[in-house]
Design a protein around this ligand. Sequence first.
Ligand SMILES: Cc1cc2nc3c(=O)[nH]c(=O)nc-3n(C[C@H](O)[C@H](O)[C@H](O)COP(=O)(O)OP(=O)(O)OC[C@H]3O[C@@H](n4cnc5c(N)ncnc54)[C@H](O)[C@@H]3O)c2cc1C
Length: 462
Amino acid sequence: MPSIDKALFQEFEAIVGATHALHQDELVASYTTDWTGRFRGHTPLVLRPGDTEEVAQIVSVAADAGIALVPQGGNTGLVGGSVPLGGEIVLSLLRLDGCEPVDVLAQQVTLEAGVTLARAQSHVSPFNLDVGVDLAARDSCTIGGMIATNAGGINVVRYGPMRDQLLGVEAVMADGSTISRLEGLEKDNTGYHLPGLLAGSEGSLAVITKARLRLHPHLEERCSAMLAFNSVQDAVSATAQLRHSVLDLQAVEVIFRGAMELVSDYISTSIPVGSDASAWLIVEAASTSDPTDQLAGAIDDLGTLVMDVAVGRDSASRAGLWQFREKITEAIATQGTPHKLDVTLPASRLAEFVSEIPQIVETVDSGATTVMFGHLGDGNVHVNVLGRGGLEPDEGVESAVLTYVAHLGGSISAEHGIGTAKKDFLHLSRSEAELDIFRAIKSSLDPEGILSPNTLIPYEHQ
Ligand SMILES: Cc1cc2nc3c(=O)[nH]c(=O)nc-3n(C[C@H](O)[C@H](O)[C@H](O)COP(=O)(O)OP(=O)(O)OC[C@H]3O[C@@H](n4cnc5c(N)ncnc54)[C@H](O)[C@@H]3O)c2cc1C
């Protein structure tokens, strides 16, 4: 990659202003290491544009000079896609933090890419509306980053992932041109769905600067329950029944034994039910009227499938149950730097997967520990592998786990994306014909490979 000489530096600085062109080591440090601490890059420059026009100018200058950029939002991504591993310029979108007035008639909102999820939630909540995707990184992750990773989270079972919330985008393309379609038409069959293409593109096709999101009625009445199970298969069967019988099902999360012990220690709170269980579900129903009877009836119908149940009706007791799920990522981070393998399995192979994985990992690295939890309503398991003493597990663990996922007909990335972490394994989930199409899209939209060249589908010079 060409280096940045003084003239080029000044050109970038003139676009964003001196205070938003960062190059001193201590100022760029937090932009070059990812949330997990596993991916550490380096950069000559962090640019913090204040609006779409500045983003377009930066990309245009970078394209002319052949300099690569990595778009970055809240830097909470878990697959190394948000940091400059090849010495790229970091394009931080955090200053694009404007929220347009909520369109109550259409139940939609247009937000700039750097708006955090928590801010978006509080912007729409006075109108009794909610953003369809919710996740534990809500205070830091941004709308742009969530679209770029097609984030999932705890409500996918009801509303789908970020792609399903997306009615339009404004984005700066790799040549510096801007596309914008933010009218929010629910029906618009006029060719290729570009927002859908950018959802999950991980910064490799365009820089998202604004998004038009579909909103959902805020469901004030909620009931949560923690269910303990003797076996993983029982938890999987119960999930299928609950999805069928609870019309207002909002979330079905799973915590497997090792993760439950770890989080219980971390939050210094004993496990509420089934201390010797193999798996726990945290289930939530949400509606405009009290869904307690609906959920309680469905849990009753599970009969002996369930060992024990704790119900949370008011917000304090619900939060008491949810903390076991929401604090797991932090609890694991206290043990070291895990390899995070976020995968989806067909429901019919899930129990087999959970039972085999610890053994598969130990065969490659006898000192490694496996901690698993996830979004069972979507068949999504987060496999966290910690090496001995919290260090990196042996090389080969990742390949062994992901190969097994592919063997069972699953996907090697459920919701975190491919980033840098999984790019060498993409062929396990995608055929050569599909990868050819990916490469054709990349080289057509970003012919010089200036956008995130080390992410998702590595850029190859023609
Ligand atoms: C505690 C915790 C819990 C999490 N829980 C979940 C979960 O339940 N479900 C889930 O799906 N994910 C989860 N994640 C990971 C998830 O990917 C991110 O939280 C979120 O989607 C990324 O948003 P961000 O703004 O931090 O993006 P970043 O980390 O900054 O970037 C992520 C990727 O998007 C690209 N990107 C960022 N902004 C833009 C933009 N404006 N235009 C183009 N490309 C861009 C980057 O280049 C990078 O490839 C979790 C992370 C943490 C730390």
